[in-house]
Design a protein around this ligand. Structure first.
Ligand SMILES: [Ca+2]
Length: 397
């Protein structure tokens, strides 16, 4: 086996900072985006000028005492499916949590588990539920890889379970890190999902490996004919972009159909990206971060033919969970990104214009490590922390 350069740990384990970073005397971030093309040349300054808008929301605990929720999606107003890292899928309705049966086995070591949950874009007419999980190579095995399945819900059980994406057996790895896992759909119904580099950094540049990539498939798992690497020998034809370290936020913007991603950097260099077909996002050849032990990971922040992020967070806030706000409760926030942060324990409201970064604000702070953020059918913002689901509504309402 070739060398496996393991990353020491993940941002998911990063320490919460002692205080909010300084906001003065540093220039505002430069957006790297140029509409319709990747930008390779502009060094993207770190985001530092973050407004405090925490007083604009009212927070309530919607679900208390729920162990490590990872993904949340609403099947109807007030009714949500929630994944838990341990491997449980639960339905919350009328104040009760019901565990759903027939969920496949997961490897919940380190960063693995049952991860994202998303409904079919034609829900409820097409009643498929899509799940991502760290799939053990064989029952109980340490070797695992991100797998995408879909199933239907019959009573309190999954039925009609189908595989949407499964890696080749030889590509399963034992590291326990960087599963990626987020699932989203574009307007045409293509399914996008992320797999982090699995702690094997160099493989993010290798198109014959599934990790360190964003993938694009049809809802049944078949490969769209216009995928960027279709027909190339030996590659995963599901690959849509590469050089992605560990994207744990992935969402199609409903107003532009652009695919936005938040990606953990190493120590520093968390990234906000617009993911485009066939593009190399640079990991680990370029990065704004350094190794956890403080040594230089790469001396390059930019190289030809590698995309710059739209913006980057240094120090890392540990980005996880991403949505686009759409709803009636915060009408002025429609079309803005909602980005969760594990280490900073925040939800950031990020204003974008097309593929350009404009500004951001903190709307929730110090309520626990944020794993997922989603807009509910009622227009409230729902936030999964390590042991609660929080509900955000406008302050004063
Ligand atoms: Ca990058």
């Amino acid at each position: 086996m070739a060398s496996t350069a393991l990353v020491a740990c993940s941002n998911a384990d990063a320490q919460k900072p002692a205080a909010t970073p300084p906001t003065a005397a540093i220039p505002a971030p430069v957006s790297a985006a140029i509409s319709g093309a990747i930008n390779e040349t502009v060094d993207v300054a770190p985001i530092v000028d973050v407004a405090d808008m925490t007083s604009s929301v009212n927070m309530e605990v919607w679900i208390d005492d729920i162990d490590q929720p990872w993904g949340i999606t609403f099947t109807a107003p007030g009714t949500a499916l929630i994944t838990q890292k341990s491997g449980k899928l639960v339905l919350y309705k009328d104040g009760n949590l019901t565990e759903i049966a027939n969920v496949p086995e997961v490897n919940d070591g380190r960063q693995g588990g049952l991860m994202d949950v998303t409904l079919d874009p034609n829900w409820p007419a097409d009643d498929w539920i899509y799940l991502s999980l760290s799939h053990p190579k064989t029952p109980g095995a340490d070797a695992a890889m991100t797998k995408i399945i879909r199933a239907k819900l019959s009573g309190a059980a999954l039925t009609n379970i189908e595989t949407v994406f499964k890696a080749k057996d030889e590509d399963y790895v034992k590291t326990g890190f960087h599963y990626g896992s987020r699932i989203t759909f574009d307007a045409a119904g293509h399914l996008y999902f992320s797999i982090g580099d699995r702690g094997v950094m160099k493989d993010a540049q290798d198109l014959t490996k599934p990790h360190g990539k964003v993938h694009r498939v049809n809802r049944d798992g078949s490969i769209p004919a216009d995928n960027p690497f279709v027909g190339q020998a030996g590659v995963y034809e599901s690959i849509y972009s590469y050089g992605n370290r560990n994207p744990q936020g992935l969402i199609i913007h409903p107003q532009t159909d652009m695919l936005w991603s938040t990606e953990h950097g190493p120590k520093g260099g968390d990234e906000l990206n617009v993911i485009r077909a066939g593009v190399n996002y640079g990991w680990p050849e370029i990065s704004y971060g350094i190794n956890y032990n403080g040594t230089v990971l790469t001396e390059f922040t930019k190289k030809p033919d590698m995309a710059q992020p739209i913006s980057q967070w240094t120090p890392s806030i540990a980005v996880c969970g991403l949505d686009v706000y759409q709803g009636s409760l915060f009408p002025e926030w429609n079309g803005k990104l909602l980005a969760g942060a594990l280490a900073y324990e925040e939800v950031r409201l990020v204003t974008v214009d097309g593929d350009r970064y404009v500004t951001e604000a903190t709307i929730l702070q110090q309520e626990g490590r944020v794993r997922d953020v989603t807009t509910g059918p009622d227009g409230a913002i729902y936030v999964a922390t390590q042991d609660q689901i929080l509900r955000l509504t406008p302050a004063g309402n």
